[in-house]
Design a binder for this molecule. Structure first.
Ligand code: TMP
Length: 205
């Protein structure tokens, strides 16, 4: 595939959404097409799946998982893969690692099974780079306005999410870059920009 695939991950309130639009703007000169997308929600079935996941009442952990995976399968096939095939830079706000952190490390579902299910859903499309915005979840949750169903989980759940992301970053240090999201937004942006440009370098040679 010709394009470049970058994902942003992190606990609630870590600043992914603001950062992703700044990165997209900064990359305009490097690619003919820059696509900003997110999970859950930007696949064709996304808005309705997102509503059930985030606005509904409590769900069985596997029901929750399969809904995230259903959204991902459709999103990969109809949005991400075609864009990468056209040579686009795809910046995605959350992806398969969120399933490992939230449904695996925090909900306690079997992580190896989740890895296999992620591979099925994505058709093994993997990010070239994952920027992990690491933050104390108490700080992140404080930054939020309205809280959705998952935001309302106890603080221990959010601590397990954070530890899950950090464990995954240690498992795959070649792909992950951990950024300190407690720093001022401009500093986080500069660090993220540096990592993104480093990834572009070899394709320019
Ligand atoms: P957002 O608030 O960053 O848009 O993400 C939506 C919520 O869904 C957030 O609480 C993280 C959660 N989530 C999972 O639990 N598993 C997943 O696979 C994904 C993509 C998100």
């Amino acid at each position: 595939m010709k394009g470049v695939f970058i994902t942003l991950e992190g606990p609630e309130g870590s600043g992914k959404t603001t950062l992703i639009s700044r990165l997209a703007q900064a990359a305009q000169g490097d690619f003919d097409e820059v696509l900003v997308t997110r999970e859950p929600g930007d696949g064709p079935a996304g808005p309705s799946i997102r509503k059930v996941l985030l606005e509904g009442s409590s769900l069985d952990p596997w029901t929750e998982t399969f809904l995230f995976l259903a959204d991902r399968a459709q999103h990969c096939r109809e949005v991400i893969r075609p864009a990468l095939g056209r040579g686009a830079l795809v910046l995605c706000d959350r992806f398969a690692d969120s399933t490992l952190a939230y449904q695996g490390y925090a909900r306690g579902l079997n992580i190896e099974v989740l890895r296999q299910l992620n591979d099925l859903a994505t058709g093994e499309v993997r990010p070239d780079l994952t920027l992990l915005l690491d933050l104390d979840p108490a700080v992140g949750l404080n930054r939020l306005g309205a809280k959705d169903r998952l935001d309302q989980e106890p603080i221990e759940f959010h601590r397990a999410v954070r530890e899950g992301f950090l464990a995954e970053s240690r498992r795959d240090p070649g792909r992950y870059r951990v950024l300190d999201a407690s720093l001022p937004a401009d500093e986080v942006f500069q660090a993220a920009l540096q990592e993104m440009r480093r990834l572009f370098e070899p394709t320019r040679l």
